[in-house]
Design a protein around this ligand. Sequence first.
Ligand SMILES: Cc1cc2nc3c(=O)[nH]c(=O)nc-3n(C[C@H](O)[C@H](O)[C@H](O)COP(=O)(O)OP(=O)(O)OC[C@H]3O[C@@H](n4cnc5c(N)ncnc54)[C@H](O)[C@@H]3O)c2cc1C
Length: 413
Amino acid sequence: MKSFPMVILGGGVGTGYAAKEFVSQGGGKGQLAIVTAEHIPSYERPPLSKEFLAGEKKRDDILISDSQFYQKQGITLFRDFRVQKVDFRRRLLHGPSRQTIGFEKLLVATGSSVRKLTVPGADQPWIYYLRQLLDSQHIHQHIKRGKQAVVIGSGFIGMEVASVLTRQGMPTTMVFPGDRVWEHVFTPEVSAFFEKQFSGHGIRLMRAQKVVGFAREQGTGQVLLSTGRQIPADLVVAGIGVTPTLDLFRRSPLEHDENGIKVNEYLETSVDSVWAAGDIANYPDRIFRRRMRIEHWDNAVEQGRVAMRNMMDKFQPFIHVPYFFSDEFDLSYEYWGDAKGHDQVVYRGEMKKKQLSVWWLKKGTLCAALLMNRPNEERQYAPRWILRRAKLDPNALRTAKSVRSLDRTFGQD
Ligand SMILES: Cc1cc2nc3c(=O)[nH]c(=O)nc-3n(C[C@H](O)[C@H](O)[C@H](O)COP(=O)(O)OP(=O)(O)OC[C@H]3O[C@@H](n4cnc5c(N)ncnc54)[C@H](O)[C@@H]3O)c2cc1C
């Protein structure tokens, strides 16, 4: 059995940045091991539904650190090692073929797993999900100009995949249960904007639809809908959400529920010397003053870094404005904060020119902002004001030529 002072369980985004942080904080050789079920060391996941899926980036372009990094830094990498049990009392990870790895300190970064459809026919090989590099490679191999694609779901993964498949020459239909695209995040106006853009690129949008099965007729796949309609499909990609990868911890002493592993503001779990970071971590957010679990890249990066610093005895709380980005066709947008509970929305810019910012307020306090092609100052002030819990005058925000001029109203840093 090999044993290490520090072990990271999981080989995803949070892990990749935690390992970098370990090195920049002066971590010594032989002190850290990474245990991952994947064959490839940590890579960026966002390109899997963007440039990598489109074939514009290759495997080596998306690695968080190149393959020599781990060897050079004396970090032991256990690949293709799916942990089957964690013994927190004896501080052991049990893997395949009775292998065990010992740890003194552990960072849990097992991320999320895709939700799968359970309807009849859902196990057929032309129905794909997208989480790992291999999934993206498989979908890419099945992209065929002129063949029909169906994307199930209208969140950011569904929208990004639909835009790539369309750009690659596949007539694409998006099927989703809501009345408009990404209704959990977008306002009706923003959904309408994206729907117009997507329709303009030839994507067929099928709203308020429930998939009840898949069939194959005369060599062509069919997506079956509850209305009795059938959509022909050579390729189906389902992006219907994810759940935290918790299976290992269900009967463990780690405090958790269906919404992840509970950590404190230092990302420590309820078990001594065990931390959690990224999609799996349910943390007390100091800005919004409630528990949160975020399934986005930036959160995994920052929590990976903070957890590693704390494993190295720095005691830094995690205080961070949630952030994500997405790219579809020529549209790139960024989103900060959390609009939950908002009671007012302010728009700036011109949708027609694809220049838009959306500001969500709750009792006059800025809680979230979405920006697309807006001046850089809006990028600077949006997260700053959310962090400060700035009170904003909606009219002034709507009409101000420059948001910089409003900053004085909300006090300086
Ligand atoms: C296709 C795609 C596109 C995305 N695009 C964006 C985007 O544009 N913007 C954005 O903000 N976010 C995006 N995200 C989300 C972002 O990538 C995730 O939030 C981030 O990867 C979470 O990092 P993590 O380290 O928590 O988990 P992950 O990166 O999911 O890594 C988890 C790791 O744990 C390993 N693991 C799990 N169980 C075990 C086990 N038992 N034994 C060993 N290893 C195990 C897994 O194999 C994996 O390597 C995207 C995600 C996907 C899938």
